[in-house]
Design a protein around this ligand. Sequence first.
Ligand code: MN
Length: 407
Amino acid sequence: MPQQSPLDVPEGDPFGPHNLPYGVFSTAGESRRRIGVRIGGHVLDAGAAAAALGSPYAGLLGQPSLNPLLAAGRTAWRDVRRALTAWVTDPGHRPAVEPHLLSLDAVELHLPYEVADYVDFYASEHHATNVGKIFRPDGDALTPNWKHLPIGYHGRSGTIVVSGTDVVRPSGQRKAPSDPAPVFGPSVKLDIEAEVGFVVGAPSELGRPVALGEFEDHVFGLFLLNDWSARDVQAWEYVPLGPFLGKSFATSVSAWVTPLEALDAARVAPPARDFPLLPYLDDAGSDRPGGFDLHLTVSINGQEVSRPPFASMYWTAAQQLAHMTVNGASLRTGDVYGSGTVSGPDVDQRGSLLELTWNGRDAIELADGKRTFLEDGDTVTLTAWAPGPDGTRVGLGEVTGRITASR
Ligand code: MN
């Protein structure tokens, strides 16, 4: 019987040849960073395979970061993906490709791109409604602008960390409405936000807005993102300029970027709009549905606590990109933007502990005790899958992080 090849990925594996997410890895024996493509339980050293095959993409793939590939643009993204697909599926390529496969267990994964700017949005109507009810119980849950524009803020790109990086509990000022004065100390309401992140490949010109229909010319792919949030710090500091130190201490992203092309079968229409949007945001006539049918899970210490549905997001990633650039702000290769917390209509679809516990009022039960917010030592993991071609599933690389005590 012939020896099983790592390229014989079992049917139903969400990381089969229909997926092929990109990452950057090193090994214990070689600290040099290299671009890897995940196939089943293995990582293909893409640059080495390209060189062995005499591929014209050996230069783009033989890099320590995805940035040159991101900057190369949509035609190159398509052509490289086509080549990679052939390398992992065509039996004739196996002798050249197989020597460049490493077990996932044998590699260390790194932040796969150099992050340029970072923006985070607020695009789930269910999340925004829940947060509005919690933070502003006497007002309208949604602010008057919410259904007219995708609300966002500029975050801190330098503290975006790859999955697996520990997160130190932040300290800061907090003051509950009933407290006489603010106090300083480690956050007692450390939370998560289950989100989907997007990374920009092709830059844009300063002064020229990027239209809705140009989304796929600029955005390379998506990944899971955890927008860690200190709710007590946030609640005291956010009026009137929005999130600041309550979120800037860390944002975790998956080590794997899924190219948009792998998610063609996951495109879905966003929820119905209540009224026509301004033309630059109006996607009603678009020939390509703007949503993605991603099924997220949130786990704490291995126990699933929520299943947020990304298909329920009110604002699409294309609308967010159009809004982010409508004033002429330009895009840079490596710009990252987060969707905003993904929360569905049901209680067990909420993407934050703020909502799951209603700001600490209703503790959730874990095997190791009750939780309102995160405790030191807790590990939070986000996973997701999307429908792929021919009934397959496309897995997104997980994003995980463990809370360590404040310093
Ligand atoms: Mn967020």
